[in-house]
Design a protein around this ligand. Structure first.
Ligand SMILES: *[C@@H]1O[C@H](CO)[C@@H](O)[C@H](O)[C@H]1NC(C)=O
Ligand SMILES: *[C@@H]1O[C@H](CO)[C@@H](O)[C@H](O)[C@H]1NC(C)=O
Ligand SMILES: *[C@@H]1O[C@H](CO)[C@@H](O)[C@H](O)[C@H]1NC(C)=O
Length: 374
């Protein structure tokens, strides 16, 4: 097997070597921004490749940076929205909530321009931890535990030690994320967590924005979406499930039980303060099972998601507006969609929901399998 070479390594301070101009800039950005225990870990971009299916991941926030695959005519495209690694990107990642990947008590809310409000969530208080308050996992530099770039089943395992009090949550937690490619055109995302000393809420999510026509190719309103969900969690204007109500999707713009264009009823959908989807669906059934199928007729690409989580948040990038992306692309409203599987949102404040509290010795396991076709 060919040797793995890391696509890019950004030496975080203290800077050992900054050979290229770009790296130099990144090092400077790093020197300005980095602090604390992460200060010594390098940031890298790691590629997993299986024929013409390839994925890039960075250990900054364990973010899925790209997924490249053919379409029905044999054209390759990257179907993940994102930013080019640059000093500016790092600034954004470290100082705002732009592209969250995983967070400790993942509560997906207002998406790319969301504001994390409270850092004081405890087991009993009602802190709004949209994407988790304060310092998020996405702003942490994860340790690369294992990396196999090619062969039959390329994978990378990233590890993060979340200390007692991080993001305002009690207890220390070990968190692992593995991205793994398998045939045919399948990406597995496997997250696990272990509470080391205290009981603590854990609800991780992947916040990847998809556009099966290729990122920057326009909006996703023409994609069809099928959700294996006959009920949804009612969210208020703050995108919190304050009423605790679970209602049928039947007869609402949230009914995606048969494949329906995302844009068909989007004008009737309200994602908090803005028009568009930002809704939480209860996935039918239990265990590892189908969650969603999205399809872009123009490119012929489809994405089928399986997961073992209770709910899925669907967000249609309602706040993107002339937003600069990677490869010189510009993203506007509805330029992508997310399928964020997770446990019940805000379960800590709703005893009627299945608990998301992880006790020492218990194991949290979140598996997603994304099957692409074209
Ligand atoms: C992608 O790889 C598959 C399997 O090797 C091959 O059949 C197909 O022609 C390739 N497509 C492109 C666009 O390279
Ligand atoms: C979590 O995943 C990592 C990497 O695959 C593995 O080494 C570890 O044993 C897993 N931990 C638990 C508690 O399952
Ligand atoms: C996008 O931004 C422009 C300029 O700031 C503003 O006029 C416009 O209303 C925004 N559009 C949306 C959909 O938010």
């Amino acid at each position: 097997m060919r040797r793995c070479s890391v696509v890019a390594i950004f030496n975080w301070p203290p800077m050992a070597r900054c050979q290229l101009v770009l790296l130099l800039l990144l090092c400077i950005a790093g020197a300005v921004l980095a602090s604390g225990a992460d200060g010594r870990k390098p940031i890298g971009v790691y590629e997993l490749k299986k024929g013409n299916f390839s994925v890039k991941v960075t250990n900054l926030g364990a973010i899925l940076m790209s997924v490249v695959l053919p379409d029905s005519k044999g054209n390759l495209a990257d179907v993940v929205l994102g930013k080019t690694p640059s000093p500016n990107t790092l600034t954004i990642l470290l100082t705002s909530d732009q592209w969250p990947a995983a967070s400790r008590n993942g509560y997906p809310g207002a998406g790319s321009s969301s504001t994390a409000k409270s850092t004081t969530c405890t087991e009993t208080t009602a802190g709004n931890t949209l994407h988790s308050g304060g310092r998020q996992f996405v702003k942490s530099i994860w340790e690369v535990k294992e990396y196999v770039c090619g062969g039959d089943s390329p994978y990378i395992t990233l590890y993060h030690y979340s200390f007692d009090g991080e993001q305002g949550f009690p207890g220390a937690v070990d968190v692992y994320v593995t991205y793994r490619l398998s045939s045919p055109y399948t990406l597995g995302v496997h997250m696990n967590a272990t509470a080391l000393d205290k009981a603590t809420p854990v609800n991780l999510l992947s916040h990847t924005y998809w556009n099966l026509g290729g990122h920057g190719s326009g909006d996703v309103l023409g994609h069809t979406l099928k959700l294996f969900a006959s009920r949804h969690l009612v969210l208020d204007k703050e995108l919190l499930p304050s009423s605790g109500r679970v209602e049928p999707v039947a007869g609402t713009p949230l009914d995606f039980r048969t494949p329906t264009p995302i844009g068909a009823r989007i004008r009737q959908a309200s994602g908090g303060q803005v028009v568009g989807y930002d809704a939480n669906f209860i996935v039918d059934g239990e265990g590892m099972r189908p969650v969603a199928v999205a399809r872009d007729g123009a490119s012929g690409r489809a994405l089928e998601l399986w997961a073992n989580q209770a709910t899925v948040q669907v967000y249609t990038a309602n706040w993107l507006n002339n937003t600069k992306g990677k490869d010189g692309k510009v993203y506007n409203q509805y330029a992508g969609f997310t399928l964020e599987t997770m446990g019940y949102v805000d379960a800590v404040n709703h005893p009627e929901f299945p608990s998301q509290t992880l006790r020492p010795g218990q194991k949290y396991k979140h598996d997603m399998v994304l099957k692409f076709s074209f």
